[in-house]
Structures are given as structure tokens and as C-alpha cells.
Design a binder for this molecule. Structure first.
Ligand code: OAD
Length: 265
């Protein structure tokens, strides 16, 4: 079995054991082993679809049906996916006695599902992530403040099929952040607060190319904390990491987190 370097794993466990507060930043890679396509890389979504054509406010104004069709295709794929052992290990960490908070760029809802499963009949809220880029299973109005969870399949064959706001009849859109749009300022400032106050930032499955999300771990490091990265490849954050664990997060995160000292139990 291939795995991370044993010395690196031990060093990362040591850093986690010392950390009183932990910030976790995740990206599409943590859901790759669940079957959710990543954005970049050989089979990434942006290889076959241009972001400008599909994930911008301009694209939606020009052709809302095409944009909805792409999102419904992604929603359908994600509906079939379940959390993997990486999501599960992070949910246990966040529900455990350590002060750990998950910040994610993912819109797939898999951290939330893992949190609810791990909490059982208990309160999942400590393990619910701060979703920097929104949720693919929420819709919001393009005109008024209406916003609601929405998991069921949507019809996208004609423009007349597209979902409309029950309050003002304007088109509904996916409640995700598109290129050229600002992130929710409250969620963003909470994410940076969590990162600044953390002794350690655990970064998993992100190419760290999209800001401001990719700046979150820097806030931990600039405030004197350390960073541990989990990713099969180097990223622009690698040089700042105290330890880089090379490999898939669904295998590495349980090895890193499910042992007594790093889980704090
Ligand atoms: P990317 O697709 O850019 O990067 C995925 C990262 O996951 C890469 O660094 C891979 O090496 C790594 N990876 C692949 N398989 C993995 C595995 N099994 N375990 C761990 N890591 C793995 O995805 P993000 O960094 O999340 O934004 O992309 C950031 C943002 O760019 C997205 O949130 C999205 C996109 O444009 C918006 O849509 C606003």
C-alpha cells in the first residue's frame, strides 16, 4: 500500500496534538474519492467547460437555460455521491473536544452530510462548514432576497421550465459564487477570524489558486500558526506548510486524525 511518508505523518500528528484550535480549509480534492469531479487537472470540470461560458453572472443573463442545464447535471452527479472517509474524519474532529472549524470551497454539501451522520442524534452544528462558495443545493432569486434549500431535480429543457421565484416571479439561480462575484462578507470574515485564531490550519484537496479562499491558511501562518497540507501534488501553499502529506485525503485524513492525541480524546 502506498501512503504518506511515515516521518511526515508523525510530524503532522505532533503538530495537531499541540494545536489548541484548528482551522480546516478544504477544496474539491476532498470530494474526489466520493466521485465529485474536481475543477482543474486532467479530468477536471474546467477542462471540458469554460468558466466564462457557465459560471458567471454574464453567462446566466445571456443563456440561463444553458447555465441551469450544467448545474442540474452537476447536481445530479453530486446527489449520487456520499461522504468519503476524509469527510468523516474531519466531521469527527470538528465534533470532538478540540476547537476545530471547517471552511470549505466546496458546494457539494458532503461535509454537512458527514456532520449529520457523525453527530447521530446529537448536534451536528460544530461540524457544519463555513461554505465560502455557497451551496449547489440552494437556490436564490435573481431579483429579491428569496433563498431556499433545493435538492430535487429541476427541469431545464426550455427557458419556460426554469425555476422562478414564488415571491416576485424572477428567475431563480443556483446559490453559488460565480466568477466576478463577491463572497458573502460575513462568511468570509468569519473564515478569516477562525484562521487567524487557529494554532494550525489543515489544508486539504485544494489547488489554492482561487482567492480569497486560498488566502485563508496564510492568515493562520501570518498570525504565528502552522500549516499542514494534504494533497497528491504541490500547490502555491506548499512552501508555507510545515508538513505536506502527499496522497488522497480519503486515505490520509483518517490516518492523520483518527488517533488519540490528534483527535484530543
Ligand atoms: P481544484 O480542482 O482547483 O483543485 C483540486 C485539488 O485537489 C488539486 O490540487 C488536486 O491535486 C487535489 N486532489 C485531487 N484528488 C485529490 C484527492 N483524492 N485527495 C486530496 N486532494 C486531491 O479545486 P479547488 O481548489 O477546490 O470556485 O478550486 C477552487 C475553486 O475553483 C472552486 O471552489 C471553484 C473553482 O473555480 C468557484 O466555482 C467559485
Amino acid at each position: 500500500m502506498t501512503g504518506p511518508d511515515v516521518g511526515d505523518l508523525e510530524r503532522a500528528r505532533g503538530l495537531l496534538a499541540e494545536a489548541g484550535t484548528i482551522c480546516v480549509l478544504t477544496g474539491a480534492g476532498v470530494s474526489a474519492e466520493s466521485g465529485v469531479p474536481t475543477f482543474r487537472g486532467e479530468s477536471g470540470l474546467w477542462k471540458s467547460h469554460s468558466p466564462e461560458e457557465l459560471a458567471t453572472p454574464h453567462a446566466f443573463r445571456r443563456d440561463p437555460r444553458l447555465v441551469w442545464e450544467w448545474y442540474e447535471w452537476r447536481r445530479q452527479k453530486i446527489r449520487e455521491c456520499r461522504p468519503n472517509p476524509g469527510h468523516e474524519a474531519l466531521a469527527r474532529l470538528a465534533l470532538g473536544p478540540r476547537r476545530a472549524r471547517i471552511v470549505t470551497q466546496n458546494v457539494d454539501g458532503l461535509h454537512e452530510e458527514a456532520a449529520r451522520t457523525a453527530a447521530g442524534s446529537g448536534d451536528p452544528s460544530p461540524a457544519l462548514p463555513l461554505e465560502l462558495h455557497g451551496s449547489i443545493f440552494r437556490v436564490r432569486c435573481t431579483s429579491c432576497a428569496y433563498r431556499v434549500s433545493h435538492r430535487h431535480p429541476l427541469q431545464t429543457e426550455t427557458r419556460e421550465d426554469l425555476p422562478r421565484c414564488p415571491v416576485c416571479s424572477a428567475l431563480l439561480r443556483p446559490d453559488v459564487v460565480w466568477f466576478g462575484e463577491a463572497l458573502d462578507p460575513e462568511i468570509l470574515s468569519e473564515a478569516f477570524r477562525v484562521a487567524r485564531e487557529a494554532d494550525l490550519c489543515l489544508v486539504a484537496g485544494t489547488s489554492a489558486l482561487v482567492h480569497p479562499a486560498a488566502s485563508v491558511p496564510m492568515a493562520t501562518v501570518e498570525a504565528g500558526g502552522s500549516m499542514v497540507e494534504v494533497n497528491p501534488t504541490d500547490t502555491p501553499l506548499t512552501h508555507m506548510a510545515r508538513v505536506s502529506l502527499r496522497g488522497p485525503s480519503g486515505e490520509i485524513l483518517p490516518q492523520l486524525l483518527d488517533w488519540p492525541e490528534s483527535s484530543g480524546t
